[in-house]
Write a protein that binds this ligand. Structure first.
Ligand code: FES
Ligand code: MG
Length: 580
């Protein structure tokens, strides 16, 4: 029974089925909580709030989340709740091999099952490094308890010898300069300690800030939270405010299913395109939407990309960093400049509509945060997301054409094909290799099943001898992904992937590849009779795992255009709460 004020009665909270039950299990739940030093009145008759924390000493992006969990707890206590911190897999992008993408669904399962199996009424989700945002939210959307996403926040700006340096983007840039002989080994070592000068997520518009900004626009964070730098004292205050607000949300029973529909995903897409966000979001958003019962497709994304240009002047498409973006007004100022594309009536976690949250959001630097009349990349020059189909990618491939060299957006060139990254790296550095900047480099077996886990191998290296000639971009094609911090004419997520018999498996070195980004096509210029002959002769080469999480992953993962979720998780079938 909900009261006149819209507040639920304590007896309606699921935690009470653990703590208020007058039986032996209920006794044990109360007894064991007091075993940890809690007074009875500290947890009885209060909403129980989980803090799902992806802190880890192997994730620099989340290194401060232990402290932030304390701030969240402070807010929960103040609002009359009982906070419980539950650690979860960190999926820290930097250290995990082969790719945190292999473990995104693992975290999604963990988050869902932590919420299902414990006596909790709502949760604050602490994450932000690339896969942690979709992983936590996929699980929470499926569980559908009140939640707030508390983003880890980007690291402070980096600088080296007077130049702005961004995580990922400048690692790649200076790696190429080192290989080209333009910086020294000593310079390279010096960069190690200067480029990433604080804790927090990548300070470029990589996958982390892409995903946290998108979910901010979708109403799943406190408004503007995604732009606050990790080291800013405002970040701690935001964490504490999450704690206060989640208790109110539990009383009001405000759940993801009340917040998410096609229009809120569309709001997320507007943010995605305006920010020049990571191609990785094209996978994660499909997975998240399917969990929420929304059938979001690559074509839905391309349609928004056709009308919302890259407006945020942030690396890798532009030239500023996330701290600049925050000082300029952050995501709220950016969205305010694009309000005509948004559904301003969508509710958000703070109980107000998106429109109410954007009202008065000012922009303090029109060079960093631009409007669609003055974009950083006009729609005619490139887009955040282009979808390509053809006989090489019948179910779609994606690219960020705004971060590519425009001269390659229409291109025909001969392929050089690699089946694994080891062969590719060795061959591309051969000074005698027959290759020009018009060659199309292809790496396959990097997809969800093939690698497995669809690693970020897609920013294929430019051959050393071409780097030394000044070449910095080429057409590259892969069934894997690419870091959101990277740039170049990289065609990614080729679907179906080679490992499951997609046509990418049939292409051979020397075949002509035709790319036309404006027309949305990607083809190999090979006769169908020849392709049929190759198809008949094709034998799968991808290693199939017999045990471990990789085996489960290979058996159940969907292709990139379907979000790479597990078949048994993306369905909406209800799961019963454990009875006793
Ligand atoms: Fe964690 Fe970039 S490595 S956000
Ligand atoms: Mg990344």
């Amino acid at each position: 029974m909900t009261t006149m004020t819209g507040r639920r009665d304590i007896s309606e909270l699921r935690s009470q089925r653990w703590f208020a039950s007058d039986d032996m299990r209920g006794f044990a739940h109360r007894q064991r909580t007091q075993q940890m030093g809690m007074r009875r009145d500290e947890f009885m008759n209060r909403p129980v709030i989980a803090i799902i924390n992806t802190w880890s000493e192997m994730s620099p992006c989340h290194a401060h989340l232990r402290d932030r969990a304390e701030a969240v707890k402070r807010g929960i206590w103040q609002a009359g709740g009982y906070p419980v911190e539950l650690p979860a897999l960190s999926v820290g992008e930097v250290m995990v091999k082969p790719s945190t993408m292999l473990y995104r669904n693992f975290l999604a399962m963990e988050c869902e099952e932590l919420l299902r199996s414990h006596p909790v009424d709502g949760a604050v989700l602490l994450g932000g490094c690339d896969k942690s945002t979709p992983g936590l939210l996929m699980g929470a959307i499926s569980m559908d308890l009140p939640i707030i996403f508390c983003p880890a926040g980007p690291m402070a700006n980096g600088q080296w010898r007077g130049q702005k340096t961004g995580a990922g983007t400048h690692t790649k840039k200076y790696w190429d300069e080192l290989r080209a002989g333009n910086i020294t080994q000593d310079d390279w070592v010096d960069l190690e300690s200067r480029m990433t000068r604080s804790i927090g997520t990548c300070n470029t518009m990589g996958t982390a800030s892409t995903m946290t900004s998108i979910v901010d626009a979708m109403g799943l964070t406190l408004p503007g939270a995604s732009s606050i730098p990790a080291v800013d004292s405002g970040h701690t205050r935001m964490a504490s405010a999450c704690g206060v607000r989640i208790v109110e949300m539990v009383w009001a029973d405000l759940k993801p299913s009340d917040l998410l529909d096609r229009a809120s995903f569309n709001n997320g897409l507007v943010a995605y395109m305006a920010l020049g966000g990571s191609t990785n979001a094209a996978v994660h958003l499909v997975a998240m939407a399917r969990r929420a019962g929304v059938n979001l497709t690559l074509d839905d994304m391309a349609e928004v990309a056709e009308r919302v240009p890259v407006c945020a002047n942030l690396f890798p498409s532009g030239q500023y960093l996330m701290e600049d973006f925050y000082f300029a007004g952050g995501i709220l100022a950016q969205l305010n400049k694009l309000s005509r594309h948004l559904d301003l009536t969508r509710p958000t976690v703070n109980g107000r509509t998106l429109g109410e949250n954007l009202a008065g959001a000012e922009c303090w630097n029109d060079d960093v945060i631009r409007g669609e009349d003055d974009p950083i990349v006009p729609l005619s020059k490139g887009k955040t997301l282009a979808v390509l189909r053809g006989n090489l990618s019948p179910s779609g491939a994606v690219m960020k054409s705004s971060a590519a060299n425009p001269k390659f957006l229409r291109h025909v060139g001969p392929a050089i094909v690699f089946d694994n990254p080891g062969d590719m790296n060795r061959t591309l550095d051969d000074p005698d290799l027959d290759i020009t900047e018009n060659t199309v480099i292809i790496l396959r077996n990097a997809g969800p099943v093939g690698a497995p886990g669809m690693p970020e191998w897609g920013n294929l290296p430019i051959p050393k001898k071409l780097l030394m000639q000044g070449v910095r971009d080429m057409v590259r094609i892969c069934d894997g992904r690419m870091s959101g911090t990277h740039y170049g004419t990289c065609i990614l997520h080729v679907t179906p992937e080679a490992a499951v018999g997609g046509p990418l498996a049939l292409v051979q070195t020397g075949d002509l590849i035709e790319l036309d980004v404006r027309a949305g096509t990607l083809n190999m210029l090979v006769e169908e009779t020849e392709l049929s002959r190759r198809r008949a002769a094709w034998v799968p080469t991808a290693v199939r795992y017999g045990r471990s999480f990789a085996a489960l992953y290979q058996q159940h993962v969907s292709q990139a255009d379907e979000g790479c979720d597990f078949d048994f998780l993306s369905r909406g079938d209800p799961v019963a709460e454990p009875v006793i």
